[in-house]
Design a protein. Structure first.
Length: 408
């Protein structure tokens, strides 16, 4: 169990910080908008707040626990990005390397002009996709769930985003490389399957499957025992149910942890962009490693300068997402945000319209999970729940107001 200290010792007003749970209980748990939630607030290396609320499984009336296991979906992306940067530090790849150096199928990429799959009209991309493009979501790739046009329609038809049994990352790459890009690499920003591609680059360079590499180089050294691409059979009792909302706004179960869940049992497809599960305590250890510039409790995962590089804004000209994005979806509010190597980066809290600090970095997941790290305030916030899609409620904005206003 996590040890919590008196919030006042960490610069919080306890009465104000308690409003986090009061708000969630009153406005989300009691009305049945979410089954349950857990908010973890840490500062200066200590936990100030961690309270499970509601239930992790409505059908079985199972209370939320501090050690509940959650689907973190796109909060997998920072972990996969760190995995790639481990190989970068070893000199085994460069950020400027073309993707086709590692996955030859991407050698002759083309950009969409018109038409529908399979009769696309396209033109040659202005330059190859680089590793840097993948990390920054400027590759021209997309997601099938965008529902923006004919390219993501082809992603859905070919199940590019899917996790069909027996599939592998290598299988997915061949299908993906055969489709046109939304734009030439480096010219725009679009949330995409790029981090799944990064996962396969990790496999090709390391000679290990992505799950093996992440386990041996990140999660085991950090003591993240409940974090991985599957839930161990002995721990299914801690695995939360996943929900969405019906038209009448009641909750509908979409993934039963004790049913045929794709997160339980052996698998061959390891989604670097959204395939992991974790606990609040485990993800705190990952965040603390980042906050500590690459090291935690004697386990060094990355060097200090690498963390600095990853948390800078890498978008062309230092511009914000709003000036470069081609899509409407992202796991963070775009106003005032840039993007680094696997994280959003806060460039201007004023433009973002919420409390925060310049330089904080963050991301979230499709089931409404959230984290952010504020180096200025030495603050880590992790919010866990299981509600799809992530934009159903503005948890991030509300938690920012509640938590930052608790600092005194």
């Amino acid at each position: 169990m996590l040890k919590c200290v008196d919030p006042s010792e960490l610069g919080f007003c306890p009465r104000r910080l308690a409003r986090v749970d009061q708000h969630l209980q009153r406005h989300y748990i009691e009305p049945g908008k979410v089954a349950g939630a857990l908010t973890l607030v840490a500062r200066r290396g200590e936990v100030a707040h961690c309270t499970p609320l509601g239930r992790m499984d409505i059908e079985r009336d199972t209370p939320m626990r501090e050690d509940t296991i959650f689907r973190i979906y796109s909060m997998t992306k920072p972990i996969t990005s760190v995995a790639l940067m481990v190989l970068y530090e070893e000199g085994r790849l460069r950020l400027t390397d073309p993707l086709h150096k590692f996955i030859p199928a991407f050698a002759e990429m083309r950009v969409y002009v018109a038409g529908k799959h399979p009769a696309f009209m396209s033109e040659p991309a202005r330059r190859p996709i680089t590793i840097h493009d993948l990390l920054t979501h400027t590759s021209g790739l997309t997601y099938g769930f965008m529902y923006r046009g004919n390219v993501d329609d082809a992603y859905r038809k070919l199940d590019i985003d899917g996790w069909e049994p027996g599939a592998t990352l290598a299988d997915r790459m061949e299908r993906l490389a055969g489709l046109p890009l939304e734009f030439s690499p480096g010219t725009a920003w679009n949330y995409s399957v790029a981090t799944d591609v990064i996962g396969h680059v990790v496999e090709k360079v390391s000679g290990q499957s992505l799950d093996e590499f992440v386990r041996s180089r990140i999660t085991e050294p950090l003591g993240m025992l409940d974090t991985g691409f599957t839930v161990r059979s002995t721990e299914i009792g801690r695995f939360a149910a996943n929900y969405t909302r019906r038209a009448d706004k009641s909750l509908r179960l979409i993934d039963d942890p004790l049913g045929a869940s794709p997160w339980v049992g052996d698998k061959t497809f390891f989604s670097g962009g959204g395939g992991m599960v974790s606990t609040a305590g485990d993800y705190l250890r990952f965040c603390r490693m980042l906050q500590n510039r690459g090291e935690l409790d004697g386990a060094r995962i990355l060097g200090r300068k690498t963390i600095e590089l990853m948390t800078m804004n890498h978008l062309p000209g230092g511009r914000p997402l709003t000036e470069l994005t081609t899509g409407l979806f992202s796991e963070v509010e775009n106003e005032g945000s840039g993007f680094g190597l696997g994280f959003s980066v806060n460039l201007n809290p004023v433009l973002g319209g919420s409390l925060g600090s310049v330089g904080e970095f963050a991301w979230g997941g499709m089931a409404s999970t959230i984290f952010w790290i504020d180096p200025v305030e030495e603050l880590i916030v992790i919010f866990m729940t299981q509600l799809v899609p992530s934009r159903t409620f503005d948890f991030r904005g509300q938690l920012r107001a509640l938590i930052y206003s608790s600092l005194v």
